[in-house]
Design a protein around this ligand. Sequence first.
Ligand SMILES: *[C@@H]1O[C@H](CO)[C@@H](O)[C@H](O)[C@H]1NC(C)=O
Length: 160
Amino acid sequence: MFSLTKTIWPILVTASGVLSLTLNAPTTAQSGSSTTITWTSTSTDPTFSIELAHPDLNAAIAVANNVNPANNQITVTLPIVQAGDGYTLEAVNITDINQVFSTSGDFSIAAAPSPSPSSSTPIASAPPSAPISVASVPLTPSGVSGSLPASSLSVPSPSV
Ligand SMILES: *[C@@H]1O[C@H](CO)[C@@H](O)[C@H](O)[C@H]1NC(C)=O
């Protein structure tokens, strides 16, 4: 069973040449929002482009072009895409996107913060709507943990 691994390794190394680029999956990603992509590199890595890929997408979507590998990170605005998991990032040859230098692990993209922003530059984080209204009438004194004065907790005693 180890022979398979031994056979495949040299092929992968040959196909990717001297590249050592390793692209990481973003820790948080939200459709249409800015996210930071990180990777590790060595001085021999070429300038590359970053594509967002998903099995449901017909084609990968470019999120960054002509990236300097030495930066080891870049902050990009993700395109508006359907929320879900199974997304990957690909570091690709800047002139041939079919030559993939590195693919990140799978990650999920959360839904856009507000109902479909019409531009590609979404308005910065609107708060997630309606403040939660705390019940204005305490139901039972025992349900309140003592921060209110006892006088405000007047609950009519059940009259028998
Ligand atoms: C990128 O692709 C072009 C065209 O196939 C090729 O000439 C070039 O060597 C590739 N670059 C790297 C870094 O592999």
